[in-house]
Design a protein around this ligand. Structure first.
Ligand SMILES: *Cc1c(COP(=O)(O)O)cnc(C)c1O
Length: 415
């Protein structure tokens, strides 16, 4: 592993690319991958990626604990997925109509996802979640959609976290409740009950900058019960957690089936694809709603999804991620204890969120991830991280070597 150079050095390739970008891209970078959100020293641009490793444009190598913010679930450049992509590309990608693989993928989703009687394919999680909401409204002929406070469901005006350019009317029929709080959900339902189209929930509470929370069985049951009582759709946003918790859907372990679910991120190991799955009750509405996009019928991401889902089942990718995730969590807990640091590690082990106690401004968190970065591990101070089936126990041990040094550095700077 090469020693980490400061990517902000005047002659670094990263700095030169940022300078060029600043002239032709507003702010130099948009969205969640803008490293202006991270402490100084993070590279913005990367040269290549393989397995669980990343190389920035200045040649520094990292073990990546972000997996492209979720899509990479079998590892970068998985040979079986890429072979399937090449095979399909040799025949056709975007054509004037869909390829056979579209039907194969829809069948595979219906077979894999427990609640699904049908599937519609798209490109982005935002597309999928917007389609879920539209289908729910078309089916129920009601308007109100209940959403958990602070939850992320995409970057369209009805749900984006930034209010710039958003009108009150864009959100006129969105109301809020507190995740995992049955009383607040009941109250929100009561306030709109004659006009309720859907309750929209994330697989678990994975809001940025806070500890993650798994849904309590009582909360999940209440969501289902309130939808059944009012005729509203239970929409599960499985865009982030999908295929990392349970291949059948993230609420399967709870025994709760959604009516509609949105998928993206891990579905095609980094190839652009999203899906909406639904039950027969919503089939007609899904047909009435006009959903499409210029690139939605591209065939290679569908081939990637078929290969990804098949391989994940074959190798039990979720069990692998749990094993390495547990090793990482236990190792970090032991290290934090050794250095007298209080950390919380929340959410499923395969999607870790690591926060320091009494660190509202992420001073310790930023120091920690930067020190880990300098030791060859790419982490995030306040967004949940992601493991993949390509992370081995040896990779985790290499991560733990880096975090040992990083936590020691934080302890020394804090005392
Ligand atoms: C990423 C994400 C989305 C939006 O997906 P895009 O593909 O970025 O449009 C929606 N919901 C959740 C929970 C997400 O994590």
């Amino acid at each position: 592993m090469s020693s980490s150079q400061n990517t902000l050095l005047p002659n670094s390739r990263d700095k030169l690319l940022r300078d060029r970008a600043a002239r032709v891209i507003p702010g130099g970078m948009w969205g969640h991958m803008n490293v202006a959100r991270l402490p100084d020293g993070y590279p913005q641009y990367f040269e290549k990626a393989q397995g669980c490793r990343l190389w920035d444009v200045d040649g520094n190598e990292y073990i990546d604990l972000m997996c492209g913010y979720g899509p990479i679930v079998l590892g970068y450049g998985d040979p079986d997925v890429e072979k399937a992509v090449e095979r399909q590309r040799g025949k056709g990608e975007l054509m004037t109509g869909p390829a056979e693989i579209q039907v194969e993928l829809a069948e595979l989703l219906v077979e894999t996802v427990a609640h699904a009687d049908w599937a519609v394919l798209a490109k982005n999680g935002t597309d999928a979640m917007t389609a879920c909401v539209t289908i729910a409204r078309a089916a129920t002929r009601k308007r109100k959609v209940l959403v958990a406070k602070g939850a992320y469901h995409g970057a369209a005006p009805w749900c984006t976290p930034s209010v710039a350019g958003v009108t009150t009317e864009d959100r006129a029929h969105i109301a809020h409740f507190e995740y995992n709080d049955v009383a607040s959900l009941e109250e929100a339902v009561h306030a709109v009950r004659d006009d309720l189209a859907a309750i929209l929930v994330s697989a678990f509470r994975h809001d940025v900058r806070r500890a993650q929370e798994l849904p309590t069985p009582a909360f999940a049951a209440a969501v289902r019960r309130l939808c059944d009582q009012t005729g509203a759709a239970l929409i599960l946003d499985d865009v982030r957690a999908g295929f990392r918790i349970d291949m059948g859907g993230s609420w399967e372990p709870l025994g709760i089936k959604p009516d509609l679910a949105g998928w993206s991120k891990a579905i095609a190991n980094g190839h652009p694809l999203a899906a909406v799955t639904g039950t027969d009750r919503f089939r007609e509405a899904a047909q009435q709603v006009y959903v499409t996009g210029s690139f939605w019928c591209g065939a290679t991401p569908m081939a990637a999804a078929v290969a990804t889902i098949r391989k994940m089942k074959e190798i039990d990718a979720i069990a692998k991620m749990r094993t390495v995730g547990t090793r990482l969590r236990e190792g970090l807990d032991a290290q934090a204890k050794q250095y007298g640091l209080q950390i919380s590690q929340t959410g499923p082990v395969q999607m870790p969120q690591i926060l320091f106690a009494n660190d509202p401004d992420f001073v310790m968190g930023n120091r920690f991830v930067l020190a880990a970065l300098q030791r060859g591990v790419y982490m995030h101070p306040w967004h949940n991280m992601f493991l993949s089936a390509a992370h081995t126990e040896a990779d985790v041990d290499r991560v733990l070597q880096a975090t040992d040094g990083a936590l020691k550095a934080v302890a020394e700077q804090t005392s």
